[in-house]
Design a protein around this ligand. Structure first.
Ligand SMILES: Nc1ncnc2c1ncn2[C@@H]1O[C@H](COP(=O)(O)OP(=O)(O)OP(=O)(O)O)[C@@H](O)[C@H]1O
Ligand SMILES: [Mg+2]
Length: 240
């Protein structure tokens, strides 16, 4: 599953999600269509309750869509039902999650926080740590490799969380409000890093955000309203 990871990026066609049944059913997603190319970072924007988290959870194989098709990397993972049996392995090998809070493991140092996933995926401890240190370098936190999470600044913690999301070189990264707790400069540096990583590893990245600071950086934006997506050109403002 993890060979030639970039594949076709993310393709979602006609996805629907209904919570519950009968009178109390909620149609959270009614018609979701998205394409994110390998190497592309797109924004996903919409009002509260419009279905953003539901969309990321479906794509991340955390909950099951009610209908539609989803392709991640090289695999059609859902076609009116899961096409893959081991959803845990799918998540581990194909999807990097970045959340608003970094959720680092408090009793592991920075290197092991990042190295844990490749270890779980079967790489040797040495190889895993080597890969972790490489990425920490790319994210400018290699000098904190031996620190514990509680000794890091908020921006440093978020960069370690991004290293962890990237370490298995997943074809897909799903980021839910990754810059919300950060000041303007750090928010822009997180977005710059996501763009660099997208290019370097041909990762397809979706960023859910309300953050006015970073919205002008997207070349393409999907708006979601009332469970339906609409694509729009963004400003795609270059970084200085
Ligand atoms: N587990 C659930 N059971 C029933 N309805 C749900 C469930 N989770 C979400 N919903 C409903 O589905 C709709 C979409 O919710 P979702 O959490 O995806 O919105 P959102 O765009 O992430 O909103 P926010 O910006 O507030 O986080 C809402 O009407 C919500 O009440
Ligand atoms: Mg949400």
């Amino acid at each position: 599953m993890s060979t030639s990871p970039a594949g076709r990026g993310i393709i979602i066609e006609g996805m629907r999600k209904r919570y519950g049944e009968g009178d109390t059913a909620v149609d959270a997603l009614k018609d979701v269509n998205m394409v994110v190319q390998p190497g592309e970072v797109v924004g996903l924007i919409g009002p509260s309750g419009s279905g953003k988290t539901t969309l990321l959870k479906c794509l991340g194989a955390v909950i099951e869509p009610s209908a539609g098709r989803m392709t991640l990397g090289n695999n059609t993972i859902f076609d009116n039902g899961w096409m893959i049996k081991d959803l845990r392995a799918l998540r581990r090998d194909n999807i990097g999650f970045v959340f608003q809070a970094p959720y680092l493991i408090p009793f592991l140092d920075v290197t092991d926080n990042v190295a844990l996933l490749p270890m779980l995926a079967g790489l040797s401890n040495n190889e895993s740590r080597q890969r972790a240190v490489e990425l920490l370098g790319a994210l400018d936190v290699a000098h904190r490799a031996k620190a514990m999470p509680s000794e890091l600044s908020g921006g440093e913690q978020q960069r370690v969380a991004i290293a962890r999301a990237l370490v298995n070189k997943p074809p897909v990264i799903l980021a839910d409000e990754p810059t919300a707790p950060l000041d303007s400069e750090r928010a822009m540096s997180v977005v710059r890093i996501l763009n660099q990583m997208a290019q370097q590893y041909q990762t397809a990245i979706i960023v859910v955000t309300h953050d006015e600071k970073i919205i002008p950086t997207f070349k393409r934006i999907y708006h979601i309203r009332d469970g339906s997506t609409h694509e729009e050109a963004g400003e795609g403002r270059a970084f200085d």
